[in-house]
Design a protein around this ligand. Structure first.
Ligand SMILES: Nc1nc2c(ncn2[C@@H]2O[C@H](COP(=O)(O)OP(=O)(O)OP(=O)(O)O)[C@@H](O)[C@H]2O)c(=O)[nH]1
Length: 370
């Protein structure tokens, strides 16, 4: 009897475009489909992995550098092997790439795998509707990423108007001719689009195009994923920051990540001053913040993407120590200076911050977002 193969889908997209949000939506809305996730964080504090863990049937976290730089594919193979073992009963594996990954490298790795229980299941490229126009000017590589996608998800459609949305859909259609472009907010796409439920079902054209067999056929017919490879393949390392050769065309070549951790609470006003004056090269901040202010002692998840900034308060998980952990990713940033500035935002005197000092933070807590 032939081995039943598990599709491996690559979920890619520039920093902050909404990959983790979309993956979490799929995990919640997957309707009984067992998803194995491989989450690749760029920073050494694995914020994405923490966000996904607990919702997923099985997860492997690969932090501190882009997976696409790990030329030794055996590591990925080991993780795929683990998720694909029959006892895990996984239906589909999703690899959430870091926001700076080169998707074609990941695809190449999957296609190169000698694990006969897995099969490449397609590339989903998430595009940030509000930021894409600017990002592609700074990073023309993004056009190439869209160009090899099997499905383009135009996320954050709520952040732009109808005209801009139509224009973007047109641009993306030109970049990825013949491939479906789905507009969405908060990654709320129909999981059926991702997960092939087998032949014989009534589907519309876009869904049919994404059946895994079709994707494979398309990939080889286009000569696209897996063949346009530009890595040099002769070195073995984990962290992109150590990567000084062979990846000059990669997005992450120009980026670095800075981590900040504090056991002491942050002073809300000082933190807001830092955030409001963050350098424009500091494109992405994610993590969580601990404030020691009455009524505001929740875990404040923090996300900044370009000019966008949000705090999402949530209860601290039982037994979790209260602290602040932030990952900052940017280009041309002064890491020691950023760390120092954040150190100066700590609340060193007990009860120093009162409720009024939270106003600046609370301005960025959305009323109703997913
Ligand atoms: N307004 C709006 N915000 C969104 C949407 N999707 C995601 N976000 C927010 O955008 C921020 C980044 O979302 P993530 O899902 O963490 O993005 P990501 O692509 O995983 O980020 P990286 O892994 O750092 O590249 C978070 O604050 C999300 O809540 C959306 O459709 N609309």
């Amino acid at each position: 009897m032939a081995t039943q193969q598990i599709p491996v889908v690559v979920l890619a997209g520039f920093l902050g475009s909404g990959k983790t949000t979309l993956l979490n939506h799929l995990l919640r809305a997957g309707d009984g489909i067992r998803i194995g996730a491989i989450v690749n964080d760029f920073g050494s504090i694995e914020i994405d992995a923490m966000t996904v863990a607990g919702q997923v049937d099985s997860m492997v976290s690969l932090g501190n550098g882009c997976l696409c730089c790990a030329v030794d594919t055996s590591e990925l193979d080991t993780y795929l092997e683990r998720l694909a073992r029959p006892a895990a009963r996984i239906d589909v594996i999703v690899i959430e790439a870091s926001g700076l990954a080169e998707p074609q490298e990941l695809i190449r790795m999957i296609l190169a795998s000698d694990n006969d229980r897995i099969v490449y299941g397609g590339l989903i490229e998430v595009v940030d509707a509000a930021e894409f126009a600017d990002s592609r000017v700074r990073h023309p590589e993004l056009d190439r990423h869209v160009g090899i996608a099997d499905l383009v998800v135009l996320n954050k459609a709520d952040r732009i108007g109808d005209d801009a949305r139509q224009k973007l859909v047109g641009t993306l259609g030109d970049l990825a001719p013949g491939r479906p472009v789905i507009c969405t907010a908060y990654g709320r796409i129909d999981p059926e689009i991702f997960f092939d439920r087998g032949p014989g079902e009534d589907r519309d054209a876009a869904v049919r195009q994404l059946s895994f067999e079709d994707l494979l056929r398309e990939a080889s017919a286009n000569g696209a994923p897996g063949q346009a490879v530009d890595g040099d393949g002769d070195h073995d390392h984990q962290s992109c920051r150590d990567c000084e050769h062979g990846h000059a065309g990669h997005l992450h070549a120009a980026y670095e990540s800075v981590e900040f951790t504090s056991a002491e609470p942050m002073h809300p006003r000082r933190l807001m001053e830092f955030l409001d004056s963050r350098p424009c090269g500091l494109y992405r901040i994610k993590g969580f913040v601990h404030f020691d202010v009455a009524e505001n002692r929740q875990k404040f998840m923090l996300h900044a993407v370009g000019n966008f900034l949000r705090f999402y308060p949530e209860p601290w998980p039982k037994g979790e120590e209260r602290c602040t952990q932030l990952v900052m990713i940017g280009s041309g940033i002064d890491a020691p200076a950023l760390r120092k500035e954040l150190e100066n935002c700590r609340q060193t005197v007990p009860a120093e911050a009162d409720e009024n000092s939270m106003w600046g933070v609370l301005r960025y807590v959305p009323e109703q977002e997913a």
